[in-house]
Every structure is written in C-alpha cells, then in structure tokens.
Design a protein around this ligand. Structure first.
Ligand SMILES: *Cc1c(COP(=O)(O)O)cnc(C)c1O
Length: 403
C-alpha cells in the first residue's frame, strides 16, 4: 500500500490547498481502495464485553455508534479541518445544523451575541428569534463597519457571528479587523464560510476561532445532498461541540458525507471556473442593469478587501438590483430559459432566485430592507455552463423586461 494516506498530520500539513481537497483525511481499509469507502452502518461490534466498556469509558480508540462516529464521516471531517487549516471539525446534517450547534453548544442564558446584519435568512432567525427565546441577547450590526462591532461589545458578550461574503448582498466583513477586535475583548468569532469555501478564504488565518459551513453549497457543488461542518480547536470541538452534537443528534449520514468527499475533490477547479464565468456574466450585466453586486468588480464598494481575503477570486454568486421592484424581478426570472429559478446555490447549474420572496421571505420587511434585500434584488449562482450561453439567455430575457 502507498507510503502515506491523508491521515498523517506531518505530511498533510505540507500539502497545498488543492492537494488537501483531494487526499486529506483519506483512510484506506484492508482492501486498499483508492476512492474512500462508504461505511453504511449504524453500529459497531466489539471483540469482548470489556472492549465495549473500555470504548464507552473513552479508554480505547474506536467507534461505538454512528450518531457519534462513522469512518466515512470522519474522513470528511478531517479533510475539511485540513482545508480550513484548523485542528478539528465535525460534520452535521445541514448547514443550519452546523450554525445552530456552533452557537448553542457554547451559549447560555445571560450571554450576548453580536451578529452581522446581512446574513442567510435562517441565520438571522437564529440570532433574532431563537437565541433571545433562551435568554441570549443579540445586537445586529452592519458587518462592513469594524467600529460597529467594537461598539457593540458588552461585558457579557460571548460571540461575534457573521458570514463573508454575505448572502445575498455580497457584503464583505474585514476578517482581520473584526477577528482582531474580538480577540482583544476576549470574544470568540464564529464565521460562516459557505460562500467562499476554504478553496478561496480561510478565516482561521485571520484569527477566527470557529468556522462553520453549509457543505450543501460549493463543497458538494452539484446540488445533491445537504451537509454542514463546524471547525475549531481540538479543545473546542471535543469539550464544547461534541457534548452538544452527540446528545442532540444533528449527525451527517455516511452516504451524504461520501458524496461531499467526492465533491471536494473538484472544489478548487469548480470554484475557479465558476468564478471566472461569474465575472464574465457580471461584466455583461453591468452594462444592462442599474446595480450589480459582485466582489470581483471594481464597482464593488469593498472590492480591494474582498480580493485580498478571497485570493483575487470573486466567488460564484452575484446579485443584481432592478429598478422595477418585484414585478420586473419576477418577470426577468420567468423569461430566463437556461438559468433555473431555484433558491439553492453552489450548484454546477446556474440558478437564480428572488430573495425577498424566497430565502429571506421569513424576515420582516424592515429587517430585509435593512440588510439591503430589496424587492428588485435577484441572486444568481453561476454554474459550470459555458458563460456565453448564460449571457445569451440574459440578453434575451432582459429585453423582455425592457432592459
Ligand atoms: C445555505 C446557507 C446556509 C444553510 O445551509 P443548509 O445546508 O441549507 O442548511 C447557511 N449559511 C449560508 C451562508 C448559506 O448560504
């Protein structure tokens, strides 16, 4: 068998990002399979009763039950931790399970959280509705302004929670500045890295304590399965996250973990190719629609910061804002023939949605408008199709709505 697999930390730590995404975490069974094995089992058998007791006591390495561990899921966890440059990771059944676990595992009544205003709708539900229900106060700030993060800190502030780029406004949070402010104040940061993925941006390099993911998006990358992950220090994962997830059970299925492992093998090339296409589509749209939000365009208000944090790549998502409100936005969606109307992102297919009537419809109009999700906004996930076919589709559809 090959000299090493993805298990040896001394070796994997020297690998460059693309290599980590293909080989990190791989552990071969006795058959020496090249592609990671899919272990569909809920339980594990022991050689003797004493072994079972020792494993439950934590005195013997090995697995006990797939709510707690599974070999396929573990390979994915090690790969994601390695890609993020963090000590450990645990996977969850969805991105929202990851966000919920990352927050609830370390918060208690009386704590205070500061969160970025522009965020995925369900993330805002966690900070605005769920946490206060359990006695955790939240302050919402404009994530783009480091001074607002600093000013929001109270003695009981425990966490900063944000995503960058944000869904769907493409607001950028200055990772170094905001993580620095948190460090200074003894506050932890939880960063949702779903949009950029570790292929483009590794928040731990800027001082983030915890990085959480919707692996449903670019990590799977082909619109097949839901998955999530939480990365952090070994101490945080073992002593704070695991007691929560083991007992509440937001476990990722082995099958879905296997699908994401396959997805990660092509993440680096997919995200670069899709971002290249996104830039081409964005440049075309820039001449045709009143506002286009895409980090790789010079016109993006935080262009320089975004390019520095994301390795000069803009990502696969862009947003456009039309003057004609919901009628014109829905009209454009309905006129597209190639681009699907779908609220998912990170797919290899180009998908477009109207956030205010879909992903962000659960928020009040005030909250929506406050984060910049207007009635004329559309969010586009640029897929792996030939960008010229996408441009032709937009060219034709825009004409039907008078643009
Ligand atoms: C999709 C998404 C989530 C939620 O992930 P699911 O896998 O759908 O549960 C969280 N944060 C961001 C930024 C997302 O885009």
């Amino acid at each position: 068998m090959k000299r090493h697999t993805g298990q040896d930390r001394d070796i994997t730590a020297c690998w460059r990002p693309a290599t980590r995404a293909v080989r990190g975490g791989t552990r071969r069974s006795e058959f020496g399979e090249t592609s990671e094995a899919l272990f569909l089992t809920s339980g594990y058998a022991y050689d003797c009763a004493a072994d079972a007791a020792a494993r439950f006591a934590g005195e013997q390495a090995g697995m006990t039950y797939s709510r707690l561990q599974n070999p396929t899921v573990e390979m994915l966890e090690q790969r994601i931790a390695l890609m993020e440059g963090m000590e450990a990771a645990r996977c969850t059944a969805s991105g929202m399970a990851a966000m919920t676990a990352a927050l609830l595992c370390q918060l208690k009544a009386g704590d205070h959280v500061v969160a970025g205003r522009a965020a995925f709708g369900s993330c805002r539900w966690l900070t605005d509705t769920l946490l206060p229900r359990f006695g955790v106060a939240t302050t919402i700030v404009d994530g783009r302004d480091p001074d607002q993060w600093r000013a929001a800190i109270r003695p009981e502030t425990k966490l900063f929670f944000f995503e960058t780029p944000a869904n769907p406004t493409l607001d950028i949070v200055d990772l170094a500045a905001v993580c620095g402010i948190a460090r200074e104040a003894g506050v932890r940061t939880v960063v949702d890295n779903a949009f950029a993925t570790p292929a483009l941006q590794r928040p731990a390099e800027y001082g983030a304590d915890i990085v959480a993911h919707s692996a449903t998006k670019m990590m799977d990358g082909q619109g097949r399965v839901l998955a999530g992950a939480v990365c952090g220090s070994e101490d945080f994962i073992l002593n704070e996250l695991l007691p929560f997830t083991r007992n509440t059970g937001p476990t990722l299925s082995a099958f879905n973990a296997w699908v994401v492992l396959k997805g990660l093998e092509t993440l680096d090339m997919r995200i670069r190719r899709q971002s290249e296409s996104a830039l081409k589509v964005a440049r075309f749209l820039e001449g045709r629609v009143p506002t286009i939000l895409y980090p790789a365009l010079d016109s993006h208000k935080q262009h320089a910061l975004a390019m520095q944090q994301m390795g000069n790549v803009g990502g696969t998502i862009l947003a456009l804002v039309l003057d004609g409100g919901r009628t014109q936005a829905h009209g454009l969606l309905d006129a597209l023939e190639l681009v699907d109307i779908s609220n998912n992102i990170g797919d290899s297919r180009s998908l477009m949605t109207h956030p205010s009537s879909t992903t962000h419809s659960g928020l009040s109009a005030d909250v929506r408008e406050g984060m910049g999700v207007t009635e004329g906004m559309l969010r586009l996930n640029v897929g792996l199709e030939d960008p010229d076919d996408l441009i032709e589709d937009f060219d034709r559809a825009l004409k039907t709505v008078g643009l």
